[in-house]
Design a protein around this ligand. Sequence first.
Ligand code: GLN
Length: 385
Amino acid sequence: MPATAQRLSSFTESIIRDMTRVANHHGAINLSQGFPDDDPPPEVIAAAQKAMLEGPHQYAITWGAPNLRQALAEKQSRLMGRPIDADTDIVITCGSTEAMICAMMCTCDPGDKVIIFSPFYENYGADSILCGAEPIYVPLEPPEYSFDLKKLQEAFARKPKAIILCNPSNPSGKVFTLDELQIIAELACDNDCYVITDEVYEHIVYPPHSHHYMASLPGMFERTLSCSSLSKTYSMTGWRLGYIIAPAKITSGARQVHDFLTVGAAAPLQEAAVTALRLPASYYQQLTRSYTKRRDLFLGYLDEAGLSYTKPQGAYYVMVDFSGCGIEDDYAFCRWMAQHIGVAAVPGSSFFHEKVNHLVRFHFSKSEEILHECGKRLQKLPALL
Ligand code: GLN
């Protein structure tokens, strides 16, 4: 038999999903793979039931059902403070996972360079390899996760085709300030570079921080592929609904790639998602309140356990420093913790390009009850080590 493709040797299976298997094996509470415990809002579930009974059941238009694009265009025009055209500026994808690889494939040729801030969500490395692009990593240094301007300038001097910006950031919980976004925007314009954003946590931002869209900055809509999804905002990660927003000259390429990758996202779920996108402002306020409460609850338990961490400004992850706990390796620590404490996390090193081995990532998108239970279990940490 011939060998399988060489590109497979350049990346591994997802460590996040591997840790879910470790959690299941030990019956540990899974704070590794970050997905919400909550169900989607009841009116959205009712809309899905209706769509299942009444259809549509056949393919939607490949780049998205017109009514879903219309609802999304209205919502994002409001939030981004500029007109988004439902007919030309949107591609509905199977989650932002597809949106991101689709965005990369329609901007980068093999051999092109792509800036990725490190730590980074694991898909970006694999996405670059799959489209033949070479990553240039720029560190976001813990515990503040800020970037060094000189290093970013040096990365841009290598003439990248695109920069990937996860904001709010997974795994660090960083929310880029308007000043930081302006610096990145200026460098992207000066070096004629695309910006590919991953903004799936756009509605999970803790006051006083606030989310600014890269595409809203002057001159940036033209070169930005804004990727996001409905997964986190409406607690529907299994529905696999995401999107790219960009000007027509970019979406026409993204539609081509998307069409041949997947044809389209599930038609009845696209129909039901219209109800989600039309939820009132109070829904998003409640979402922020609920996550703020859970974040503060979980951080309180980390404080009690004597663990230090970087306070998340957005998203629902926290990077925790376990150095001094007696186990040197983060993988070993995560396996030990799943088995002996009953809580699973993700080894921090899986997110970093640099050698970093003192961090683990927990997510806190769980019910308060489960977070209390995790909190109690984590108190056993100092005694057991
Ligand atoms: N985005 C989530 C995380 O970072 C889930 C990852 C996945 O399994 N797709 O944990």
